[in-house]
Design a binder for this molecule. Structure first.
Ligand SMILES: Cc1ncc(COP(=O)(O)O)c(C=O)c1O
Length: 258
């Protein structure tokens, strides 16, 4: 059987994971902090907040921008279920805008149609590594004072007008085993706003500001040093792995004349 997406794990990843295991510091620690720094630098965002998976990234990002009961969030129906589930977890309503015929991504004209006084945010998805129409969606968000969340779970390294996706609004990445790069399970939030970043950090770890001082209701959605060690090596390989995917895509398209 040919696997649809086999993770590329080499001896370097194995060595780095063993290093963490030998260190004894196997929970969130210095490897996570370094991964956050390197990943956010790669994306071109001020902050990176590593979390336990991509769904957690979406959940925390929505909470951090204040989406709650009774709010509406416009998104695309053509995505993995996690995008809408994260909205439902806030007791808010996912409102589906139609998709574009050529890219299958969220259609800005229909986003406009779906705005109501209850709309709080737009969650666009850069599906299959193809960025949605960022310029048009950003313009709508700015005009209507809506927050933009970019679901980048399938688009690590994808660019829109020369900038990496995840650097425009609040980026939510997944590092699940089938993604462009992996930490086994894992996720990352990228953003440029200091306050939102701080809120995300609190939400991922029981709202803890100092040891046993908890200022808000948070989860345990932390990433471990083991996962981050894997991520640090995978990040180094990301551009190469993306190029390999493109090459295989070119071969398949030529073979099937599509
Ligand atoms: C578009 C999209 N959003 C969100 C997710 C959720 O990520 P995770 O599986 O890491 O929770 C995924 C991946 O499965 C995805 O493809």
């Amino acid at each position: 059987m040919i696997p649809i997406a086999k993770p590329v794990i080499g001896e370097e990843e194995i060595a780095k994971v063993i290093e963490v295991l030998r260190s004894g510091i196997i929970v969130q620690g210095d490897r996570v902090a370094e991964f956050e720094k390197r990943f956010s630098t790669y994306i071109g965002s001020r902050h990176g907040i590593a979390v336990s998976n991509g769904t957690a990234a979406l959940d925390i990002a929505l909470k951090a921008i204040g989406v709650g009961e009774g709010d509406e969030v416009i998104t695309t129906p053509f995505t993995f279920v996690a995008t809408s589930n994260a909205i439902l977890f806030q007791r808010s309503k996912p409102v589906f805008a139609d998709i574009e015929e050529d890219t299958y991504n969220i259609n800005p004209d229909d986003v406009m149609e779906k705005i109501t006084p209850k709309t709080k945010a737009v969650v666009g998805v850069h599906l299959f590594g193809h960025p949605f129409d960022v310029r048009a969606i950003l313009e709508i968000c700015e005009d209507h004072k809506l927050m933009l969340i970019e679901d980048c779970a399938q688009a690590h390294g994808a660019e829109y007008n020369g900038k990496k996706v995840g650097s425009f609004g609040i980026g939510c990445f997944s590092f699940y085993a089938t993604k462009n790069m992996t930490t086994s399970e894992g996720g990352m939030i990228t953003c440029n706003d200091d306050d939102i970043a701080e809120k995300c950090r609190l939400l991922r770890s029981h709202g803890e500001v100092r040891k046993y001082e908890h200022v808000l209701l948070g989860h345990n959605m932390r990433m471990t040093n083991i996962q981050a060690a894997l991520g640090l090596v995978q990040l180094e390989k990301l551009d190469w792995m993306n190029e390999k995917r493109r090459k295989k895509c070119r071969i398949l398209r030529e073979e099937h004349k599509c």
